[in-house]
Design a binder for this molecule. Structure first.
Ligand code: SAM
Length: 291
């Protein structure tokens, strides 16, 4: 409860010491300790409803679309025909909502560790949890690392929409997890994982570490990012890896027309922003690519 003082929520995390984002709170809609983490749903003055896990902002009503669209459409539009998609984490439902929009996607399997995140999102965050009602989706409750170990050559795209590497998501940032994802992909498959930011605390170290795993395990790899005001420093990245050495993440294979973008109600993703997402500032490029 240190995070809540005088009507303000402050995001305090050891991954970015000495700094925090604060949001003015109108109402604590729900607060509980689940088997895995502290869960809060807040109503804020500036950003609508907000989901926090262990005191870390996961998504806000005002800007969640940026992250959800980019972690979904960067890999989906880099694949020639993404029919079967696996989502790990994503308990708010936002990534399922986006993935289901892609016309080639026929089946979505999702594995989320904490059923309380799903239940509370259904109750209080229906604008994201609508993803769970899509008939393409089958939801499993369980640990994503264990789930991955039981599947081989099954998925065209694997999206890991995990919380940060403290708590239940820690194993999803290990090299062994990237090896398991590689084995779970069909030929030509692609993975995309949440990979922190390049500015705050240990963000760039974590990003470059998981990027190295992608470079080691996959034939093609890239680090891209999007802008989200309510993530630390307003930026969050993704690592992408592909089994096909010809996959060029920086140039979308599937170009969504302006009509498709409108029909899909995309507010952040476009082919133009896809290309921009991989252009890194020089200091970050040096760490990532040694250039
Ligand atoms: N966009 C968010 C962010 O980075 O702040 C992530 C959103 S989503 C709510 C993260 C989800 O990952 C949570 O619902 C959490 O319960 C789930 N999660 C954490 N560790 C997991 C694991 N080992 N297996 C499956 N799901 C996991």
């Amino acid at each position: 409860m240190d995070a809540l003082k005088k009507g303000w929520f402050s995001e305090l995390c050891p991954l970015w010491p000495g700094m925090c984002l604060s949001l003015e709170v109108e109402e604590i809609i729900h607060s509980e300790k689940s088997k895995y983490q502290d869960i809060m749903v807040l109503k804020t003055k500036s950003h609508g409803r907000v989901l926090t896990l262990d005191g870390i902002i996961q998504c806000t009503e005002a800007d969640e679309f940026s992250y959800q669209e980019m972690i979904s459409f960067l890999p989906l539009c880099s694949h020639p025909c993404p029919k079967k998609v696996l989502i790990i984490g994503g308990g708010d439902g936002g990534v399922a909502r986006e993935v289901a929009k892609h016309p080639d996607v026929e089946t979505i399997i999702q594995c989320e560790i904490d059923e309380r995140v799903v239940e509370l999102s259904r109750k209080y965050l229906p604008f994201m949890a609508s993803g769970f009602d899509n008939p393409k989706l089958t939801l499993h409750i369980g640990d994503g690392f264990e789930f991955m170990g039981k599947h081989q050559k099954e998925f065209d795209v694997i999206i890991t929409d995990s919380s940060d590497p403290v708590g239940p998501a820690e194993a999803l940032f290990e090299e062994s997890y990237f090896r398991l994802m590689k084995a779970a992909l069909r030929d030509g498959g692609i993975i995309c994982s949440q990979a922190e930011n390049i500015w705050a605390g240990s963000g760039l170290d974590i990003a470059s570490r998981v990027y190295k795993f992608c470079q080691t395990e996959f034939s093609s790899a890239a680090y891209g990012y999007c802008l989200v005001p309510t993530y630390p420093t307003g930026q969050i990245g993704f690592v992408l890896g592909g089994l096909n050495p010809k996959t060029n993440f920086k140039e979308p294979l599937r170009i969504l027309s302006k009509e498709e973008q409108s029909q899909m109600d995309l507010r952040y993703y476009s082919p133009e922003i896809h290309r921009c997402a991989f252009v890194l500032p020089r200091f970050a490029k040096k760490v990532m690519d040694g250039e």
